[in-house]
Write a protein that binds this ligand. Sequence first.
Ligand code: 6CS
Length: 373
Amino acid sequence: MNWRNGVIGCAAFLLAACGTEQDEETTVAAGAAGQPETGQVEIWRFGLEEIQGSVQYEYARRFADLVAQKTEGEVEVRLFPYGQLGGLTDIYDQAQSGAIELAFGSGFLGGTVPESQLFSLNFVLTDDEELNARILNDEDFRKHSDLIGAFTERDLYPLAIVPEGWQVWSANREIRTPEDFRGLAIRTMDNRLLRETYAAYGADPTTMEYGELYSGLQLGQLDGNIQPVFAHQEMDFYQVQSHLIFANQAQFIATFMANNDWYENLSGDRQDMLEEIVQELVPYIHDVQTRLNAERLETITENSDIQLVYLTAEEREAFRELSLPVRDVFVEMVGSRGETLLEVLLEKVEEAQQERGQQADTAEDEPQAADAA
Ligand code: 6CS
């Protein structure tokens, strides 16, 4: 794997130079000037926070295929996996400036779009991953004017919300209670919400760039990490940790976003096409992420003697209680827009849970096929 060897070297402003082909530079010029000349293929550049083989990569690959199909080859989506455009915030800067048209943004995006830290809050969503994906992409939330406004104010446009699996803790000790976190230097992505959350749990939160994390763990600068399983495996983090701890406290959530001016200048047909694609990708990426996370867990257990720890409902409850005051920190930090979005999300969660409860009750009341026979 080569991500550790200075993949963050080729930064944004060097994009044209980093591309090997002449047409990359042509594309930059065409992108800046608007639509390309007749007969030219239009290029949409898509910056990823993750490397090949990741959930973001699989999403982007499918997105690129669908765009090619639906535009009959008029548009080509080029993927720039993590490292090719610089560090994480370099990706967001380039999406904001229009140097790239499309990007993913997750935990580090909190510095650029503070309201996006909503996705870092713990114990907000349900325990059903598929339901969470639907709630987050429900029009009432995804198209809420406060969510759109939070991004457009920063020259970005949110296209879809993409859960990538449960955030799983890793450490060199078993963690079952907040006391177990005491003194543990745990790496969080760079956002205040995460630092507040892990401080509330009793840990010592430390921020570090994704690409530096492996050495941070190996050299003992960090004691713990928080990632979906696929990332623990594909970035080799699990090799320098002894325990993986499943608390189901939060999903890893990324936002698929566009440069706002670019999006605004797309034709209505192209905007409709994007909408159709992102909706189609909700169930698609849910299936991919659950499969990838399950397969990678198998790889981890086959290749190491790492201990898997699953928290009980009672153990989770201790963390849930500690996480609740952090919701107030979120509201204090981002103001009324964030407060509204949190309320909408909590309402959607409540509604979905009630519906699920009713469906379960109905299913219990209905005679089973075997009973009827
Ligand atoms: O922890 C991080 O910084 C990164 N982890 C994942 C799984 N995706 C992107 C993110 O930046």
